[in-house]
Write a protein that binds this ligand. Structure first.
Ligand SMILES: NC(=O)c1ccc[n+]([C@@H]2O[C@H](COP(=O)([O-])OP(=O)(O)OC[C@H]3O[C@@H](n4cnc5c(N)ncnc54)[C@H](O)[C@@H]3O)[C@@H](O)[C@H]2O)c1
Ligand SMILES: [Zn+2]
Ligand SMILES: [Zn+2]
Length: 362
């Protein structure tokens, strides 16, 4: 089969003929139908690094074609969406419903003596995040797959696996936003838009979006923002304090730059929470005055993958989409072929493109 292989830092994405092993244990063979280009894979390929050569791609949707002997949760023909959340299902965190912080995620992978799932010219190839979605086919542990209705279109389905779980999950799971509460979304990118959708589903009273580009803010309005603030021309802290009448209940930071996150904390009202999701720089973070935080009962929380339970949340977002209650179509700005990943990432820089999805896997 064909896969896009990243051979080293800065070496891009090159289509090669590779071999995929037969499924063992809980592994599921999936014919990939759509694979989204998430920024994190570009970071791995350009500056974070890891094991090379590697097949990246972690926003993946496709059809189950074969199952390992121990698989019970999916069957051949099922339409599935993958997630990078790897969980064992047996540790204390998994058993308390917090699979996103499983203490034994390696349980979803082959052991050292299990052989590689992917090989190229007889040598092992790493599989990004247990998914390796930049390929015609992939082999995934059943715990990393959720079944979606067959009428769900492929490109929006793929986006659910990372950007939607992260953005909407931050609002619905991590912050547990209640009806009428006020929400601020800092950064109107592909993930932030799903936080806007999540805030609508939660019945938030005000959804304020800040960005530094008017085109992004126009899109935010189309997704359901009640107020938008361009923080290049307006002080976003003052604007949020004025709109909310004193400060917001929940602020979601999808940017992750120290001055921006500091502003996010200043936007909080009494009892408010700041959620850290984006990491725009290695030193991203925030300093918090204990006196301010305690006297106003405020909190700061890091959010991994929207505190999501993928088996529950992926089908939920698919059904919200199918009912017309969640906009995913406007996130799919461009569809490309497997061999066009480098150009696809390049086009994400133009300021207008939300997400690029591989749908031509021929
Ligand atoms: N925590 C997690 O589990 C998790 C999972 C997936 C993605 N992420 C992270 O989420 C972040 C957002 O991802 P994305 O795909 O939406 O990125 P994106 O680049 O599409 O969006 C970022 C947005 O922030 C805006 N922005 C930049 N500077 C700003 C400022 N000073 N004030 C307001 N807005 C500003 C940009 O114009 C852009 O619209 C990334 O850092 C990504 O790595 C985190
Ligand atoms: Zn991602
Ligand atoms: Zn676990």
């Amino acid at each position: 089969m064909k896969a896009s292989v990243t051979k080293g830092l800065g070496q891009g994405f090159v289509v090669e003929e590779v071999d995929l092993a037969a499924p063992v244990g809980h592994e599921v063979r999936v014919e990939v139908k759509a694979s989204g280009l998430c920024h994190s894979d570009l970071s791995v390929a350009t500056f974070i690094g890891g094991e090379f050569p590697v097949v990246l791609g972690h926003e993946v949707a496709g059809v189950v074609t074969e199952i390992g002997p121990q698989v019970t949760q999916v069957k051949v023909g099922d339409h599935v969406v993958g997630s990078l959340i790897q969980y064992c299902g047996a540790c204390v965190n998994c058993l308390s419903g917090r699979t996103y912080i499983c203490s034994n995620p390696e349980a979803t992978l082959r052991g050292a003596d299990g052989g590689s799932r992917i090989s190229w010219n007889g040598a092992p190839v790493a599989q990004g995040m247990g998914l390796g979605g930049f390929a015609q086919e992939t082999l995934v542990h059943e715990n990393q797959l959720a079944v979606v209705p067959s009428e769900m279109p492929w490109a929006p389905a793929a986006l659910i696996g990372c950007g939607v779980l992260t953005g909407a999950g931050a609002v619905l799971n991590s912050a547990n936003v209640q009806q009428g509460e006020t929400v601020v979304v800092i950064g109107a990118g592909g993930v932030g838009m799903n936080a806007v959708s999540g805030a609508r589903l939660a019945g938030a009273g005000q959804i304020i979006v800040t960005d530094i580009e008017d085109a992004k803010l126009d899109r935010a309005k189309a997704f359901g923002a009640t107020h938008v603030v361009n923080s290049r021309g307006t002080d976003p802290v003052e604007a949020v304090r004025e709109i909310t009448g004193g400060g917001a209940d929940h602020v979601f930071d999808f940017v992750g730059a120290r001055p921006v996150t500091a502003q996010g904390f200043q936007m909080l009202g009494r009892g408010g929470g700041l959620y850290l999701i984006g990491v725009g720089a290695m030193d991203a973070g925030v300093e918090v005055s204990a006196l301010v935080a305690l006297s106003s009962s405020q909190k700061v929380q890091g959010v991994y993958m929207g505190s999501s339970n993928l088996k529950r949340d992926i089908p939920y977002y698919a059904s919200m989409y199918l009912q017309g209650r969640m906009n995913l179509d406007d996130l799919v700005s461009r569809e490309i072929a497997l061999g066009e990943i480098d150009a696809g990432y390049e086009s994400l820089k133009d300021g207008k493109t939300a997400r690029v999805v591989i749908t031509d896997l021929s």
